[in-house]
Design a binder for this molecule. Structure first.
Ligand SMILES: Cc1cc2nc3c(=O)[nH]c(=O)nc-3n(C[C@H](O)[C@H](O)[C@H](O)COP(=O)(O)OP(=O)(O)OC[C@H]3O[C@@H](n4cnc5c(N)ncnc54)[C@H](O)[C@@H]3O)c2cc1C
Length: 432
């Protein structure tokens, strides 16, 4: 293939460019945002929120950018192993997980390393411009138009423009149908603050506390929240809450809520100085577009990252999904499918990955009292089993290793229906 254009140069666009560089002579990444030295930019405000990279996301990062973990760690990121990574449910520390590894870094720091690597590829160009429309060549996309009216031809165009992508508008304007959307309204509030980091928590890198099935759980007793040790000797701390219980920007209120969290967050609230402001973010709904439900779609066009699917950030899946969708693109390009045809092969693979993340996040969200569906068939039984498994995962390493394998997107959700695992969970609960 002679040229591919990636619209959007954030995390998903950079991964797509890396994959395409193996198959295409000339890869152009078109991104309007000017990313300053702080790595933040204007157009992706969630970059300022705590970003956890799931184990599978880390594996894919190292796969496509070998040696990047060492670079990140040399620059100040932290690599947590074993008990340096702690997960809590209803305020209780979960059983240890075999082989845990998680990276502690801010999103701008992580992404700036990925951008530098992609920028260094000989056949990739990063171009600062805004895409304003598509160019069609019969029933396929033949390129893009940028803000200055310039037309850039390409054999393959990738939409990595995030949740605010205007692709649907451009397609429907040319007589194509909109890909059906699944939505779940969750009304999540997020707030992140930075703190100076000393040796108050030894080698801890990640502490993550979520609500679970305990009947005596109440957010006033143990707040959900997380912290990560990041570059620059800082802690990144996030608090989350739904509907009317969303955290606000007031630092005193933030500290009060941290003092109702699990022990590591309480320690940071008491011992460490807050740096800068509390940054808030409101996330109204999870959504995914299902292109395989369409009967026609233009050739030469694929969609990935948040433009394809964006789920509740509490589960930390977005960056990992983007990387796995880039893998789907690699598999599609490797398959030798004629790229002039609609990329159904790509969409099927990418949607299989999205489906796992969607099942996991929406099943957990439906347990929130203010989330009103849609409920999948058999939801009550699924929830009962999931609650029991969560309970057993607090007590037993084997159950928790399988459970966290799914949470970390290393295993599909069906792993949790394995009869031997369910039997073990039942025995653990009975023994208790
Ligand atoms: C509060 C919050 C917390 C999160 N926490 C986590 C976490 O802990 N772990 C995790 O893995 N994920 C997390 N996520 C999800 C993660 O942020 C997203 O999944 C990720 O940003 C998706 O990357 P993307 O490249 O698809 O889209 P984006 O990062 O949104 O980037 C889209 C890019 O497209 C560009 N663009 C837009 N329009 C145009 C145009 N017309 N022409 C050219 N370019 C254009 C934009 O400038 C931007 O650079 C979180 C999300 C939120 C909201």
């Amino acid at each position: 293939m002679r040229r591919a254009i990636v619209m959007g140069g954030s995390y998903a666009g950079l991964f797509a460019a890396r994959v395409l560089s193996d198959y295409v002579e000339d890869v152009m990444v078109v991104e309007p945002d000017e990313i300053g030295a702080d790595g933040v930019g204007r157009r992706v405000p969630q970059r300022l929120q705590l970003h956890a990279l799931l184990s599978m996301g880390h594996t894919q990062l190292e796969r496509w950018f070998p040696g990047i973990t060492d670079e990140l760690v040399k620059g100040g990121a932290r690599l947590g192993e074993g008990r340096d990574v702690r997960f809590y449910v209803d305020g209780r520390l979960k059983a240890p997980v075999a082989g845990t590894r998680m990276l502690g870094a801010t999103r701008p720091f992580l992404e700036s390393h990925v951008r530098r690597r992609v920028d260094g590829l000989p056949n990739v160009r990063l171009v600062q411009a805004e895409v304003t429309g598509l160019v069609f060549d019969g029933s396929r996309v033949g390129g893009v138009v940028t803000g200055d009216g310039e037309i850039w031809e390409a054999e393959l165009v990738v939409d990595a423009m995030g949740r605010s992508s205007r692709l649907v508008e451009w397609l429907t304007g040319h007589g194509w149908d909109e890909a059906p959307v699944d939505r779940m309204r969750i009304d999540l509030g997020y707030a992140t603050a930075m703190f100076r980091r000393g040796d108050e928590l030894d080698s801890l890198v990640v502490a993550h506390s979520s609500p679970g099935p305990a009947s005596d759980y109440s957010p006033e007793v143990t707040e959900p929240g997380a912290l990560t040790a990041v570059e620059g000797d800082r802690w990144s701390v996030v608090l989350a809450g739904y509907a009317d219980y969303r955290p606000g920007p007031d630092p005193e209120e933030f500290l009060r809520r941290m003092r109702r969290c699990v022990a590591p967050l309480r320690t940071v609230a008491d011992d460490c100085a807050m740096i800068g402001d509390v940054k808030t973010y409101r996330f109204l709904e999870s959504r995914r577009r299902v292109h395989s439900r369409l009967s026609r779609f233009p050739g030469g066009l694929v969609v990935l990252g948040d433009a394809l699917a964006s789920v509740n950030p509490v589960y930390g899946q977005g960056l990992t999904l983007a990387a796995l969708e880039a893998n789907a693109l690699a598999a599609y390009l490797r398959s030798g499918s004629p790229w002039r045809d609609p990329a159904w092969g790509y969409f099927r693979l990418a949607e299989a990955v999205v489906s796992g993340a969607w099942q996991l996040s929406t099943a957990a969200d439906l347990a929130q009292p203010h989330v009103t569906g849609p409920y999948p068939r058999g939801y009550r039984v699924q929830k009962w089993v999931a609650d029991k498994l969560t309970e057993a995962s607090v007590l037993d390493s084997v159950v928790n290793t399988a459970y966290m394998g799914v949470v970390n997107m290393q295993q599909p959700p069906t792993t949790l229906t394995d009869l031997r695992l369910l039997g073990r969970a039942a025995r653990v609960l009975l023994r208790r």
